[in-house]
Design a protein around this ligand. Structure first.
Ligand code: CAO
Length: 431
């Protein structure tokens, strides 16, 4: 058995290309063409395949390293079927043709039938693969291949890698979740019956918008997978509204609409700092909490095509006025369909404000992988007992939904009580 060094082949005109994923480790057996590492250039990601088969004896690279043609990736003890006579030069002269670029063309659904995987019980992770969203998903060729083998629609998988890239672990986690929710002990629900509505009167069929379809899948997944609890509360915003309204004309002149939402975002961040579990996510195994030290807030925006949730970053470091200005910009961008996918990623907690529309309370669905969402309804003037009299006070209804796997009921109530106290006296934001 001979030792062979696996190297980076000819990767075209790229220099110093970063390794974003290492797909094998010491002791793994690899076959010829198995992917070893994933590289990312400005334009695409590419997998580097093994030129020989064998068992990896040492890995010579790690995530973050930058490599060029001819650099060593790993050493293997070549197996019998290997071709020991192949030299490094032979490997280096293999062309980029061998490397699958990420910009995979959509294929007809029957061109690449997902292989049945006996270990995954019915129902399969997805009923069918949406080829368009699959092709647009941000994932390396090896992850695409892996997803196809399991019949996973990458369009439905949330990426945990850099810039939202989907990793092999994300695909495994998706399958695991599908198994838990669909397998023995999981949800066993009868399918919806098909109804001929025209039998009861005149009807018309309207196709759902792309946003409606994507949001629908996402909300359904979150609703089914997350044990939701909604905590209701009220905040006395009489003083806050007096102050805000006194400032409105000054900022209107600068084209900035100083709405309640900017104050709410600041107050939510203050509460997240006090209760850090609200600024966390469960990892893909469901066994660890990832606590975040940044404060990005998603805002649900109602558009003619459906709901989108752009994210305002670093709310803790921005002034109320900067936040109000940014809110104005993202609302316009959302309604003009100018938001980029990255504008909607990285949120820590979301706010859904229906205050401009109406209602007294509602139960928003957690925007996973976040663990909580604050719903806000229309504020009303109510008589509030001050110990001696009833006083008219402006009360804001709060509806906080949270993931009960991460947040206890007591903490849910503490969070809204604290939030209400901050909103009733915004000087607390300075503390
Ligand atoms: N109580 C009473 N009035 C309120 C209010 C509240 N809680 N919140 C806002 N308002 C008022 C505003 O002051 C404004 O009044 P004027 O026009 O007289 O100034 C009016 O309602 C409209 O506000 P707005 O909608 O322009 O601004 P906003 O900052 O409150 O909200 C945005 C911005 C983008 C969140 C909102 O336009 C929107 O799209 N909301 C819908 C979100 C949604 O669909 N959520 C459902 C998701 S399902 O979970």
């Amino acid at each position: 058995m001979s030792e062979i060094t696996l190297i980076v082949p000819d990767i075209g005109d790229f220099d110093d290309v970063e390794i974003i994923e290492v797909l094998v480790s010491e002791g793994d057996s690899v076959a010829v063409e198995d992917s070893l590492v994933t590289l990312e250039t400005d334009k695409a990601t590419m997998d580097i395949p093994a030129s020989d088969a064998g068992t990896i004896t040492s890995m010579l690279v790690k995530v973050g390293d930058r490599v060029n043609k001819g650099d060593a990736i790993a050493k293997i003890a070549a197996s019998d079927s290997a071709t020991p006579e192949a030299t490094n030069e032979d490997q280096a002269s293999s062309t980029t043709d061998e490397i699958q670029e990420v910009a995979e063309k959509p294929k007809p659904a029957d061109a690449v039938p997902p292989k049945p995987v006996p270990t995954v019980p019915r129902p399969s992770p997805t009923a069918s693969i949406d080829e368009i969203s699959f092709s647009k998903a941000h994932a390396s060729p090896s992850v695409r291949k892996f997803a196809r083998e399991l019949g996973v629609d990458l369009g439905q998988v949330t990426g945990s890698g850099r810039k939202g890239r989907i990793t092999q672990e994300d695909v495994k986690g998706f399958v695991k979740q599908a198994m838990c929710s669909g397998g023995a002990g999981g949800l066993q629900v009868a399918p919806m019956p098909e109804v001929d509505f025209s039998a009861f009167g005149k009807v018309e069929t309207q196709p759902l918008s792309k946003i409606n379809k994507l949001t629908g899948q996402f909300l359904h997944r979150n609703w089914v997978n997350i044990p939701h609890v909604t905590q209701f509360d009220e905040a006395n915003i009489t003083e806050l509204e007096k102050f805000r309204k006194s400032m409105v004309p000054e900022y209107n002149e600068q084209g900035i609409k100083l709405t309640l939402l900017a104050f709410l975002m600041k107050a939510v961040v203050s509460a997240m700092k006090k209760f850090p579990r609200f600024n966390s996510s469960l990892d893909i195994t469901g066994e660890n909490l990832i606590l975040k030290h940044y404060f990005h807030i998603g805002i649900a925006v109602d558009t003619p095509d459906g709901l989108v949730v752009p994210v305002v970053r670093d709310v803790d470091r921005k002034s109320l006025i900067d936040i109000a200005a940014e809110l104005g910009e993202i609302s316009v961008k959302a309604r003009e369909k100018k938001l980029k996918p990255t504008d909607m990623q990285g949120g820590c907690m979301s706010i859904s404000s229906l205050g401009g529309i109406g209602g007294t309370a509602f139960t928003p669905i957690v925007n996973a992988p976040e663990v909580a969402i604050l719903g806000v309804s229309r504020s009303v003037i109510k008589p509030v007992w001050n110990g001696e009299d009833f006083e008219p006070q402006m009360m804001l209804p709060l509806s906080l939904s949270y993931d009960h796997r991460v947040i206890d009921g007591a903490d849910g109530a503490r969070f809204t009580s604290y939030l209400a106290s901050v909103l009733s006296d915004t000087r607390r934001l300075l503390l």
